[in-house]
Design a protein around this ligand. Sequence first.
Ligand SMILES: Nc1nc2c(c(=O)[nH]1)N[C@H]1C(S)=C(S)[C@@H](COP(=O)(O)O)O[C@H]1N2
Ligand SMILES: [Mo]
Length: 320
Amino acid sequence: MLIKRASDIASSEITPENLYHNRREFIKTASAVLGIAAAGAILPACTNSAVSGMTQSKPKGKYDTDEKPTPYEDVTHYNNYYEFGIDKADPAANSGKFKPTPWTVSVEGMVKKPASYSLDDLLKGLTPEERLYRMRCVEAWSMVIPWTGVPLAALIAKLEPTPAAKYVEFKTIMRPDEMPGQRPSIFGSGLHWPYTEGLRMDEAMNPLALLVTGVYGKPALAQNGAPIRLVTPWKYGFKGVKSIVKIRFTDKQPLTAWNEAAPQEYGFFANVNPQVDHPRWSQASERRIGEFYKRRTLMFNGYADQVAQMYSGMDLRKSY
Ligand SMILES: Nc1nc2c(c(=O)[nH]1)N[C@H]1C(S)=C(S)[C@@H](COP(=O)(O)O)O[C@H]1N2
Ligand SMILES: [Mo]
């Protein structure tokens, strides 16, 4: 079921000229894996591969899935992180100069403890929780990733937003010297930097919202968003903003990077919803990385019991 037709979107709005150098590879990959004719538009893409790797041996967390983790090699070599380039291999290949330490996070806006925190100070007193989450990316590929991190709710409780705060906004670091994708270039991604994401306060307080510092029990690598990134497993992958340096509490819905770049395609909520298609492809099924047959996509990525009540009374076709 289409909520918006592809023809409603002027391709000039969503397809920066400069993306064409990668268009052939995009089309090859997208049409091979999805069976569609990719239109050369920008996609917040993840990718597909079948490489064997480590298995998970951590104690089971409260919300862990029983599904088999995606190999470490895939989790760390097939990434989406446009600051390092728009190909899936770019983040691993181009992040060698990136330094995740020292790290400072600025907490701003409607909050009782605004300050510039070192990462250690920011996370001081919070309980690390190890969980295995399924992450679903927007173009019907999915991975199962054993993340390590702290619940976002615990950090928010510690920072004490004021009652006026209705949303929390996150921003990625600006470091054009270390992040080639942030430099002015005809090969740019079409996104405006810094990468921005946001959650409504109740979403941010949901126990599934995680600030990730590790992957497979090791510190997260640059390509996975080191030293700290967001993971919201009931939402599409692009909500998971990487290398966060700014957390701002606000009463207005933040303008997020993908929503700004292609509003008809990427909404603020981005909840996984098999009934609401992306304008250019179905979101009813997905291909787990390393698997051949597609699976039926579950409402809220299988986490409806934990998150559905937050959206009761909302029209999820409009609030996509
Ligand atoms: N700063 C920043 N964060 C980002 C992105 C990005 O380009 N820049 N890509 C998003 C998208 S589209 C996805 S699918 C996930 C991918 O996370 P992973 O590479 O750890 O699987 O990161 C998200 N976070
Ligand atoms: Mo994505």
